[in-house]
Design a protein around this ligand. Sequence first.
Ligand code: AMP
Ligand code: GLY
Length: 416
Amino acid sequence: MSVKTLVIGPGGREHALARALSLDPAVTEVHVAPGNPGMAAVATLHDVDPLDGDAVAALAVGLGVDLVVVGPEAPLVAGVADAVEACGIAVFGPSAAAAQLEGSKAFAKDVMNAARVPTARALVCTTAEEAATALDELGAPYVVKNDGLAAGKGVVVTEDRQAALDHAVACDRVVIEEYLDGPEVSLFVVTDGSTVYPMQPAQDFKRIFDGDAGANTGGMGAYTPLPWAPADLVEEVLDTVAHPTIQEMSRRGTPFKGLLYIGLALTSRGVRVVEFNARFGDPETQPLLALLDQDASPLSALLMGAATGSLASVTPPAWREGAAVGVVMASRGYPASSSSGDVITGVDAAEALADVHVIQAGTALRDGSLVTAGGRVLAVVGVGEDVAAARAAAYDGVACISFDGAQHRTDIAAGI
Ligand code: AMP
Ligand code: GLY
């Protein structure tokens, strides 16, 4: 098989996808729109707005690609996958209707309830009075989620009732839910709407500072596999979450195909869904794709199988031995703000290290220099025989890279 691909999106997840596709022997061309400077090494960049479905579809037709991979949630919710599919091109990523699993927390809760998927008890509120009643009914710690897309910043978890209420009032519609304790796990499943293949569990570090202190971010680092996770975790999540959810989406006439990101809490009372996303997670995708065994299970075959309803005839994801760790370097001010235009040095030096590669996200070229252009600037990925070795490699890479105001956590995958 030979496959021409187009990856839609500008960030780290898309760089990781484009890089993995470029390493897949079946893939003859990798195009990205709009991409970032890091992706220029593995793909051809096209300056097209990822939210403009007609423009993306026209680019896909013009390039004659076989497969479009839509990376971020915003284009999916905006119907970019629908626009591409309408032109007869295979697309990895759900329709706008199915992407509501991420686009609306209230919708996701409704699907989970209908499918009897274990999750936190939740109340949907649109007024301050409703919110106040819900906060008192569910008690502290308070969890208040903006109903719509909020780029990882829509959720407030706090002991402070007033802060919880303020967040609820600041949003049009919120989901207020029971607090879930216990470690979080990200399990990604690839699906064509009926067949479901799990990837390896991964873990993401959401808070900005070491020791899980400070504000929630889009994710400051991640690793896979999780040596401490229960042996039957994947099977349990397939049985209790993934299959029932995918079946419920089909039953509603809005089959979900693409990547279902299942965010889980392993609570003292059992496994509970914290959130669904309708796309690969960032930064978990960076270490996950670093470990995908593309000799046994090439990425393009998985994505194409999911896109075309033929996943059952494709080899399920197979994984290389060992572990991978990704450490995010963010710009000054992140996550409240970000800093642009700071010159980044040392990326080549980091990539010259054995078992290290750099995935770019918020970067740009200015007068020939690589500069910061966003909150999460890049992720340094290390691979090794176990988590400790992969972590050491990743941090050796981080030590090579500098830019003004750079911040990173020092405890990603520590003590695992
Ligand atoms: P979400 O956007 O729903 O993933 O929420 C972002 C983060 O907020 C999660 O990764 C958790 O760390 C935290 N969070 C969300 N829901 C809950 C909950 N019910 N209980 C405790 N923490 C939560
Ligand atoms: N890693 C969190 C996310 O992708 O939403």
